[in-house]
Design a binder for this molecule. Sequence first.
Ligand code: IPM
Ligand code: MG
Length: 369
Amino acid sequence: MSRLVAVLGGDGIGPEVTELAARAMVEAATLHGARVELGQALIGGCAIDQTGSPLPDETLALCRSADAVLLGAVGGPQWPPEAKVRPEQGLLALRQQLGLFANLRPVTIHPQIISSSPLRPELLRGLDLLVVRELTGGIYFGAKRREVDRAEDVCSYTVAEIERVVRVAAGYARARRRKLTSVDKANVLETSRLWREVATRVVQTEFPDVYLEHQLVDSCAMLLVRAPKSFDVIVTENLFGDVLTDEAAVLGGSIGMLPSASLGEGPRGLYEPIHGSAPALAGRGLANPYGAILSAAMLLRHSLALPEAASAVEAAVSAAVEEGVLTEDVAGPGWQPATTREAGSAVLRALRRAASSRSRPGSLLEERG
Ligand code: IPM
Ligand code: MG
């Protein structure tokens, strides 16, 4: 049976990195006996330019019919925030239309690139945290109003919206180190007081084996850089999650390394690197494709139920990093930076190498021995 993945390159460096991610995904699926077909469509600024809409009907229809969506990035200086129609509206509408309420942003750092982070290596070595960001509620989607000298954005959450994302996060915590940090601003915001109440009830009644702590978002922002390894899973609302995950990206060496998965009730999901469109790098062949490729690995695992293909892609990215194939954001001083394509090719080579050593019976015995 063939699976369909919608590929939405979007704007800036989006198309460059997504193309390589799609190639690695198809290669890994094929090597593991699965067939993946790709369907391309427009989203964001390029969709506005060509159709007038940041999320054309055909794009939404393709995504609805697909098993998963692989996305690059949206936005850029050509489409300023004050415009009436903006690229970001396309992504937000797609998340909402597909019901993708839980955004998983795992943060780890490969030892080879640890010096790319401005933080001291001992704070980062062995780091493994997961942020689960609520993605279809809160201030992003509340009523908005603009008058000449006044503006308003409403933040609201229902019990059901909080329950479902806390369940997802607690489920991951249970499978990891069983610690869940719920982040809010309960000393000021009513929505946060509800968030805290619901998170406490859900974890106490359904996940008694998970240790739950509450943290205010400002102190969480500080602890993330002071003691990042003290976290296991963080769950938080939409806007706090947006801000904290860009901060957490610094822990991963470069925002170019970090993948994400946006999930709903079923297997369908949307997968995108968290780096954005990086207009200054666009078209220059210098962008880091590893975050996009690792997003494709998450797609293989969550939406296509191909965990071995997913692990193979992750191992191939690690192998490419170990070989020293590093784009300029993670190449240390004195290191010749790789281009986007060189990094993508290194991943494909590592994938094929691993597959051919798997298919040689002798080496299988060696691996087992
Ligand atoms: C992200 C981005 C988006 C967001 C933008 C592009 C709308 O910053 O995925 O973190 O704010 O959610
Ligand atoms: Mg963001």
